[in-house]
Design a protein around this ligand. Structure first.
Ligand SMILES: [Zn+2]
Ligand SMILES: [Zn+2]
Length: 210
């Protein structure tokens, strides 16, 4: 038999073409391209719970409309552009009882919404430790943060508690323009919701100024 699309010899036609052409033409679409995204903890809403971005595979699987049987999704990369999120992923599944792998990219529209965990009033997820010759930099950081922070005095310097990573990164970016310092980043898992499995981390930036 000859595949009418590519002209190659094949022993079987699926929907009138060879399996390679069939895979080529598989369209991957999602039923609903909106995703709730919490800008503070960078989690998405899957069903009723908020999960880390690694849950995108689960989300895609649940919304997939494809011509592949028993699809299993693996996310390869995620990129953000304004209110859109582009996800490259691999689907493994079956077509006509043959195993296939298809790589595709889809776009989700992001609806930003602060999740219930992050909207708790007294929550600071990031600690910025100011050490060394930090005084000017600390004053400057306070002026950028505009009150959205908590200050703790330590023997070795000052700690600035910041609500979330986004805010912390904004402060770091400004500091880098004016001061020279070393930075070390570390994480600590501080909890996991038994019901939803969502994890919470605290981030510490240790800054040493010259
Ligand atoms: Zn073909
Ligand atoms: Zn959140």
């Amino acid at each position: 038999m000859i595949c009418p699309r590519c002209g190659k010899r094949t022993d079987k036609l699926i929907s009138g073409m060879c399996i390679n052409c069939y895979i080529d033409k598989i369209e991957v679409r999602v039923k609903n391209d909106k995703v709730m995204f919490c800008p503070r903890c960078e989690r998405i809403k899957v069903g009723k719970s908020w999960k880390g971005l690694d849950a995108l595979a689960e989300l895609i699987e649940s919304r997939l409309r494809s011509s592949i049987e028993e699809p299993v999704v693996k996310v390869e990369s995620i990129s953000f552009h304004k209110d859109k999120m582009y996800v490259r992923f691999l689907i493994e599944g079956k077509v006509d009882s043959q195993r296939v792998r298809v790589e595709r990219e889809i776009m989700f529209r992001i609806v930003r919404q602060v999740c219930p965990d992050c909207s708790a009033p007294d929550r600071f997820d990031v600690k910025m430790q100011f050490r060394g010759n930090y005084e000017d930099a600390f004053d400057y950081a306070l002026s950028i943060a505009r009150g959205n922070v908590k200050v703790e005095r330590k023997k070795e310097g000052m700690d600035l508690l910041v609500r979330d990573k986004k805010a912390a990164k904004g402060i770091l970016k400004e500091l880098k323009k004016r001061f020279s310092f070393d930075i070390k980043e570390s994480y600590k898992l501080i909890g996991e919701d038994v019901h939803s499995g969502k994890k919470r981390y605290k981030t510490t930036y240790s800054l040493r100024f010259y």
